[in-house]
Design a binder for this molecule. Structure first.
Ligand SMILES: Cc1ncc(COP(=O)(O)O)c(C=O)c1O
Length: 436
């Protein structure tokens, strides 16, 4: 398996555009569902974030099929944090997916898109009391608790309302030294550590509470994992905890919420295989668990990342210290620099030539939003480039830095609709000068 994620992202992107799918190169030009990138750029300028509805629907279908193929019932809760754009989230809802939120803001957005409260899983290392009250009175599907203070608050709330609030317990089981992810290292701000006995103590606290009912355990420990074995080890560690507390404390925990953490679909398929094979691997440790169980997964990146490209214009080409640069007009305002980003850059109109350029943004910051990215040329100022894998954690993490957050559109069979319109300078100014 290739270890270098950047090379893998480039390889997967080359494969994606060479196929006759929604994002592909046709007559020497990148097109999105048959809509030439040049047309989009001429009409809307750059940078612009372009989602393909066909790819989004296909990603959803792959996830639903993979879940159906599993012997255990799986509920898919789309992790809203991956992309907030209503036109994108609406496709998830139309396809029957549920949703996962990490704040009241996200919860209210999900309700505006049309999700019912019982389709919502609530996560977050610290939740506002008003939000918890709202979530309980609306009747959300599950609230995963992450501290004893939250346990105490919900217990008191349940007693006051005369009902048992259904909670899940977020745990950090430490699957193995090698699989330790950034989301659940020992001593993290998330959930309860298993090895120290804190998670088992929290279970005892919940089962004593008159205002609570323990419905699930939750564990999200990494993102962008391309090895099915890692997912299997993750599930095995959750199952170990469930068996242990069920055996020693006489409880039954019907829901296992396994979080997100799958990679981008195109990269997954270029490397570890289709989602179906990951789910099959994950279901293995579940075999032998007694009684009916419901499995929850919370994918974000898998569903949206490879369904969008950011179209950008080359502002300048230069050579510094022998290094060739192309400097583009998309920056961290829409492509946040993240270690786990998987941006891959391709010219919208590829020309023969193997000159490699570093890709940098127009901002006065030393770090690049497209770290270690290259594009093969020849490239000239005015050329348009497409940054692939721009669908997840871009718009939701976008910021007006240097330039406003750019527009985003959804293409559907050569037609397009707005997802987000870039604010005019007047709108920006009203906000920045404290006017309404
Ligand atoms: C609790 C939780 N669930 C799901 C996700 C989605 O993860 P991914 O996009 O890697 O699938 C995240 C991402 O941070 C998360 O924190």
């Amino acid at each position: 398996m290739m270890r270098d994620h950047h090379r893998l992202a480039s390889l997967a992107t080359r494969r994606l555009v060479s196929r006759n799918g929604p994002l592909h190169t046709e007559a020497g030009q990148l097109s999105i569902e048959g809509l030439p990138s040049q047309e989009i750029v001429q009409r809307l300028g750059t940078p612009v974030l372009v989602y393909s509805s066909a790819r989004l629907r296909d990603n959803i279908e792959q996830a639903v099929d993979a879940a159906r193929a599993c012997p255990f019932p799986i509920r898919i809760h789309y992790a809203l944090k991956a992309c907030y754009l209503a036109g994108v989230v609406g496709l998830m809802r139309e396809a029957g997916l549920n949703v996962e939120v990490m704040s009241e803001f996200e919860y209210l957005l999900s309700r505006r898109v049309g999700f019912a409260p019982d389709q919502v899983v609530v996560n977050g290392p610290a939740k506002r009391p008003e939000f918890l009250e709202r979530a309980v009175s609306d009747g959300v599907a599950l609230i995963n608790v992450e501290s004893l203070a939250e346990v105490a608050f919900l217990d008191a709330l349940g007693q006051r309302l005369g009902k048992a609030v259904q909670v899940g317990l977020r745990i950090n089981p430490l699957p193995s030294r090698h699989l330790r992810g950034p989301f659940a290292p020992p001593g993290s701000k998330f959930g309860f550590d298993v090895p120290t006995g804190e998670a088992a103590a929290a279970v005892r606290r919940i089962i004593r509470a008159r205002g609570l009912s323990l419905r699930g355990v939750h564990c999200h420990s990494y993102t962008r994992r391309y090895s099915p074995e890692a997912h299997r080890a993750h599930v095995a560690s959750v199952v170990r905890f469930v068996r242990q507390v069920e055996g020693t404390l006489g409880v039954r925990i019907p829901v296992l919420d396994l979080g997100g953490g799958f990679g981008s679909r195109s990269i997954m398929e270029a490397d570890g295989g289709p989602l179906r094979s990951f789910i099959a691997e994950m279901s293995d440790p579940l075999v032998g668990l007694s009684g009916d169980r419901e499995i929850v997964i919370e994918p974000g990146r898998y569903l949206v990342n490879d369904a969008a490209v950011c179209l950008t214009t080359v502002l300048s080409c230069k050579v510094n210290g022998g290094r060739r640069w192309v400097v583009v007009d998309a920056g961290r305002n829409i492509l946040p620099p993240r270690k786990n980003a998987e941006y891959a850059v391709v010219p919208c109109e590829p020309r023969p030539g193997r000159t490699r350029y570093h890709v940098g943004d127009f901002l006065c910051m030393p770090s690049e939003p497209i770290p270690l990215s290259f594009v093969s040329g020849p490239i000239e100022p005015g050329d348009h480039l497409a940054v692939f894998n721009a669908g997840a954690y871009t718009f939701s993490m976008a910021q007006s830095f240097g330039e406003p957050i750019p527009s985003a559109i959804l293409v559907d069979k050569t037609d397009w609709t707005w997802l987000y319109r870039k604010k005019s300078i007047e709108e920006q100014w009203r906000g920045l000068s404290g006017q309404t």
